[in-house]
Design a protein around this ligand. Structure first.
Ligand code: PLP
Length: 364
């Protein structure tokens, strides 16, 4: 019998008996979903809010849904929202979905987060908001972004899909911005089958939460035992009980799992013989670890032949047919061509990590 080489996956959720028991309980209860978000969804919102220390939290069924709901709160029709192009397409779709115009600006070459100097150049009379993405779990420079937003009264919606557990200025991401959107897609640091959440820190957070509460379930309000009403458009965006059950278990071990990611990141940073690679920061959640490689295709194929899966996060959004831009984005373009994401998850053994490092150092 031919012995198959072990494949090292790029992503691999960390689960054990606790998630399995939690799912089994939901299955047996036959209470699987509720637009009202009672039961475990509500419990997850409470626990997550305590974890990130935001004013309010509302759980939804994806990071994309969170972003779409966030932009439903602002009037952005024919107005501009500034964002990085180095992200997943949902970061831009949510702007277009609500009639806004995405204005892509370049990123910092070390963090791959939006460059505040580039934001400053693009603020115009039409600008209404800024959407920073905490790339790979590295925090965007929120202090500088807030300084730029304040004089023009711009809103900030953070895309924190990668940043569960990331810190900025000693506070968890989720506690700074007006609205902060998380994703709990299975590859994320806190994994669910599908899930997302909006953290709200606005002074009228209860009012916003009420709006989001109805919009996440088809605009339904005034729910009573005998009646309900609808006064606006809403969507089927609510989180289901299975996701919440898994999420509650994942949340209990999140810090422990992120600590393992950080340890691996430190080793990659110290031992991979490439100068252009993701920096080490104790504040980063390390959803991704990236390196820049000139001969990307050949390099990835060699790693794949050696059982190491890699990715290319991301093809810049402005390179998609739907999103051409006249803005010059030299850093994003270079990184879009050279970026390779390598496995960084808590299921990697130390022998996997050593193997990854030695193969990378051999093939670059
Ligand atoms: C930066 C970023 N924003 C938004 C999303 C959308 O999240 P979801 O897949 O949960 O809809 C993702 C998901 O991969 C992402 O990476």
């Amino acid at each position: 019998m031919v012995k198959m080489k072990k494949e090292i996956k790029l992503f691999d959720p960390s689960i054990d008996a606790s998630e399995m028991n939690a799912v089994s309980k939901v299955l047996k209860s036959k209470f699987w979903a509720s637009g009202s978000g009672n039961g475990l969804v509500k419990k997850f919102e409470t626990q997550f809010q305590k974890y990130i220390k935001s004013k309010s939290c509302i759980a939804v069924n994806s990071g994309t849904a969170a972003l779409n709901l966030a932009f439903s709160l602002f009037d952005i029709k024919n107005k501009e929202v500034i964002l990085p192009s180095m992200s997943f397409v949902s970061s831009a779709h949510c702007i277009v979905e609500h009639g806004g115009i995405p204005i892509f600006v370049d990123i910092e070459p070390d963090t791959l987060c939006i460059d505040p100097k580039q934001i400053r150049k693009k603020i115009s009379k039409k600008t209404v908001g800024i959407l920073p993405v905490h790339f790979g779990g590295m925090p965007s420079n929120l202090t500088e972004i807030q300084k730029l937003a304040k004089p023009s009264n711009l809103f900030i919606v953070e895309d924190a899909a990668h940043a569960v557990g990331t810190k900025f200025n000693n506070q968890k991401i989720g506690s700074h911005g007006t609205i902060v959107c998380f994703s709990f897609h299975p590859v994320k640091n806190l994994a669910m089958p599908t899930g997302g959440l909006l953290a709200i820190n606005h002074k009228n957070h209860n009012k916003l939460k009420d709006k989001l509460f109805s919009r996440r379930w088809c605009g339904i309000t005034n729910r009573t035992f005998t009646d309900y009403d609808v006064h606006e458009i809403g969507w089927n965006y609510y989180m289901n009980e299975f996701s919440a059950a898994i999420g509650l278990e994942q949340l209990k071990k999140l810090d422990k799992l992120n600590k393992i990611r950080k340890k691996i990141a430190k080793k990659y940073f110290d031992e991979i013989n490439i100068t252009e690679k993701m920096p080490f920061s104790k504040d980063c959640s390390y959803h991704l670890y990236w390196i820049l490689v000139k001969n990307r295709q050949d390099f990835r194929q060699k790693l794949a032949r050696n059982g190491i899966e890699t990715g290319t996060h991301y093809k810049p959004i402005h390179k998609m047919r739907m999103y051409p831009t006249s803005n010059k984005l030299p850093v994003t373009e270079k990184i879009g061509k050279e970026i390779v994401t390598i496995p960084i998850h808590p299921n990697l053994t130390s022998s996997d990590v050593n193997n990854i490092i030695s193969k990378i150092n051999r093939f670059i």
